[in-house]
Write a protein that binds this ligand. Structure first.
Ligand SMILES: CC(C)(COP(=O)(O)OP(=O)(O)OC[C@H]1O[C@@H](n2cnc3c(N)ncnc32)[C@H](O)[C@@H]1OP(=O)(O)O)[C@@H](O)C(=O)NCCC(=O)NCCS
Length: 142
């Protein structure tokens, strides 16, 4: 929660964190070094229209939030967190994983593209401050 407050403009209630941990512990992951938490990812599952198949109704994972503290960025922790969450949502039989990311957040967009996510849509004025988001998604074949 502290990392979220320090590194992202979108914040959540204690209850929200607890409910995500309860709902999908396999994809609620923290990165720790010598007992200090330096990053986290949390996800949820949803049923809805596929980001890949026309008119397909699927079970999808949704990355709610991911962050690594500034001092530890660029060392592979972000990729490892997203990779682990992919495994976590696959355990729950999700066919896809998607997320929203600020269009200006080049580091994050590159990370997701490196892991196989594709920009599927641009969501106009998605954030409270008016910035647009990319909806990025990955489909699982196995
Ligand atoms: C996005 C974020 C989680 C990435 O974490 P990270 O630990 O730095 O990521 P990694 O070290 O695994 O980097 C993965 C890839 O992202 C890209 N990337 C990461 N940092 C980068 C940088 N400073 N410049 C360019 N590309 C970068 C690269 O493609 C990199 O792959 P490579 O190392 O093979 O070149 C981190 O920058 C962060 O916490 N940002 C603030 C919070 C945020 O924006 N979260 C995402 C909201 S959607």
């Amino acid at each position: 929660m502290e990392i979220n407050l320090r590194t992202l403009p979108e914040h959540y209630s204690d209850y929200f964190y607890e409910s995500l941990l309860e709902e999908l512990p396999e994809a609620f992951i923290v990165a720790e070094i010598s007992g200090k938490i330096i990053g986290y990812i949390m996800c949820k599952t949803e049923y809805g229209f596929s980001n890949f198949k026309k008119l397909g109704f699927v079970k999808k994972g949704h990355v709610v939030s991911v962050s690594v503290v500034e001092e530890y960025r660029g060392k592979g922790f972000g990729s490892a967190l997203v990779d682990e969450s992919i495994k976590g949502v696959k355990i729950r039989q999700c066919n896809e994983l998607y997320l929203e990311v600020r269009c200006s957040n080049n580091d994050a967009v590159k990370l997701y593209e490196k892991l196989g996510f594709i920009i599927k849509q641009k969501l106009q004025t998605y954030y409270r401050d008016g910035e647009d988001a990319y909806l990025m998604a990955i489909e699982f074949t196995s």
